[in-house]
Design a protein around this ligand. Sequence first.
Ligand SMILES: [Cu+2]
Length: 143
Amino acid sequence: MLLRILWVMMCFPAACGVDSSSLEVRGAWVRPILPTQNVTAGYLDAVNSGLDTIRIIDVSSPAFDTVELHEMTTDSEGVMRMKRMGALVVAPGDSVALRPGGKHLMLIGSRHTLSEGNDVPITLETNRGGRVTFAARVERRAW
Ligand SMILES: [Cu+2]
């Protein structure tokens, strides 16, 4: 409930999820946190409708201690591993998909219990000083 109230306050008026540097977030969702863990992953599409390259350099959420940009890679023995990315680069007129098995947000140290249907407020910060805050819905998905 607290998250929902916070989100409504931050997300008013309608310019929510878009910043002046033309970065837009679509379809954001977060996996539910397993009872034995306090870490989960988030997914979204980052869309750059502007004329300049956008670099997402920082991610944060009031619901987590830390949020990192991660990427899945396969090592020489065929084992999938997660690697931290320095920045997420979105070319002008292009979009980058964060998806299970690929790039994702790693949400570490949950500060609240998150149930399915809750909205997690997340803020992306760009190299141009822009910020985009959006809500990621907690959803149980197979992929
Ligand atoms: Cu990760």
